[in-house]
Design a protein around this ligand. Structure first.
Ligand code: HEM
Length: 396
């Protein structure tokens, strides 16, 4: 996209106005929400990647003076200043610490939050004049299906940021901070944030199922795994939503997201650890190199597979629970296959923004499994599919 001299004049005028405001707060404590709204206006006008150096420098200095006084402002500025501070990653691209603060303040669980994020996509896309009618309608339909499936009673008139008196709703509106001015990046950010909420929900379910198994509550464990199956199935809708994006739109903002990748998603890797112990090959691959904090949690962590194996050692596994676990494993395989196809269509032979080879890395990931089931069924038949050596393979 070319920048005209009128654009440049506009941008400079925006910078100057904002710089003046920042100057006002040199000696006084900044009004956190007001500052964040002004910065967000500028981000939406230019893209985070194109914020002027002078502005970033002034914000950085202001943040160093005032860090620790307002957790929301800290999380917001950590996201805005991430590239400048060489901390641009999945967490800062998606402003996840700020999303979590807003979620805590709203008092909603992760699944509810995923519905609110998608309701925001509805709001954004319904107003859009940049998409052709067909793409807009498809996108709106997928977002609406997700919201209806997750929270059928959600009030779609709740528009984050619209009620001037509700501070937390205002902050909700400031959690999407695109790096570009490409229309599609906004909904892409929301889809990734919603996915993070999905993985958090899945981890909670699997941890609860493990605890229930340890206490011998098989019915509760089965119900928890079944819920995880439903949550995963609904996540497929988010991929359908992302698939409405044209590769050209994706590449228009991807050039600025280098270094941030969902391979750094701690929520996804925590979900893996909640299901089973990863193979040493997986644990010491780039998959976990990118989430050192989660890898450090792995030793000694209880997980569903272990609890299940202990249960099976005492007698045959309950058929309903086995079925639910098989469904979850199959759901994860489907999720990975869809992700692989989407990435292949969007990326082609380009490397990933997390510096893997890209699509070939994702192809290898198709061979990973969530649960180590083999030990749970020592007498099972080996899978009949060529290349699959698992005993009692739940997928083939
Ligand atoms: C345009 C769409 C997408 C493309 C092109 C894409 C591409 C990739 C690539 C190339 C990787 C490998 C790591 C890297 O080098 O960056 C990756 C990893 C990953 N992506 Fe995506 N992705 C897309 C959408 C999504 C969405 C919507 C999600 C939902 C959360 C997602 C979740 C993940 C996860 C969890 C990983 C880590 C996989 C692992 O380590 O096993 N991706 N993606």
């Amino acid at each position: 996209m070319s920048t005209t001299s009128a654009d440049r004049t506009d941008r400079q005028a925006g910078d100057v106005g904002l710089l003046g405001e920042i100057e006002r707060w040199r000696h006084a404590e900044p009004e956190a929400l007001r500052l964040a709204r002004l910065v967000t206006d500028e981000v939406r006008r230019t893209g985070r990647h194109h914020l002027a150096d002078g502005l970033l420098g002034a914000l950085d200095a202001l943040h160093r003076r005032h860090r620790g006084r307002d957790a929301f402002l800290d999380a917001f500025l950590d996201a805005v200043l991430a590239r400048r501070r060489d901390r641009f990653r999945n967490q800062t691209y998606l402003a996840l610490p700020l999303v979590e603060l807003v979620r805590a303040d709203l008092g909603v669980d992760a699944e509810h939050m995923s519905a609110l994020l998608m309701a925001d996509v509805l709001r954004y896309e319904r107003r859009s004049t940049q998409l052709d009618d067909r793409t807009r309608d498809t996108r709106v339909r997928h977002a609406a299906h997700f919201v209806a499936a997750v929270r059928p009673v959600l009030d779609l008139n709740w528009l984050p940021g619209d009620r001037a008196d509700a501070v937390v709703e205002q902050w909700f509106g400031l959690t999407a901070l695109p790096v570009s001015i490409e229309h599609d990046e906004y909904f892409f950010i929301r889809a990734l944030q919603a996915h993070e909420m999905v993985f958090t929900t899945l981890t909670d379910e699997l941890r609860a199922a493990t605890q229930a198994l340890r206490l011998g509550y098989l019915t509760t464990a089965t119900a928890r795994v079944r819920r995880a199956v439903d949550v995963f199935d609904r996540a497929a809708m988010l991929f359908r939503l992302v698939a409405t994006m044209r590769p050209a739109a994706f590449h228009a903002f991807r050039q600025y997201t280098e270094g941030a990748s969902a391979i750094q998603s701690e929520a996804y890797k925590r979900f893996e650890l909640a299901c089973g112990t990863p193979s040493a090959q997986r644990l010491f691959s780039e998959a976990f190199d990118n989430v050192p904090a989660v890898r450090a949690e792995a030793p000694g962590l209880d997980n569903f597979s272990r609890a299940w194996q202990d249960l099976c050692a005492r007698g045959p596994a309950a058929a309903e629970l086995t079925r639910a676990v098989e469904q979850l494993e199959a759901g994860h395989q489907r999720w990975k296959t869809t992700h692989y196809s989407l990435a292949a269509a969007m990326l082609g032979s380009a490397h990933g923004s997390g510096y893997t080879e890209g699509v070939p890395y994702l192809r290898r990931c198709l061979e990973n499994w969530l649960f180590d089931l083999d030990a749970a069924a020592p007498g099972g038949e080996p899978c009949c599919q060529p290349g699959c050596s698992r005993v009692t393979c739940p997928v083939h």
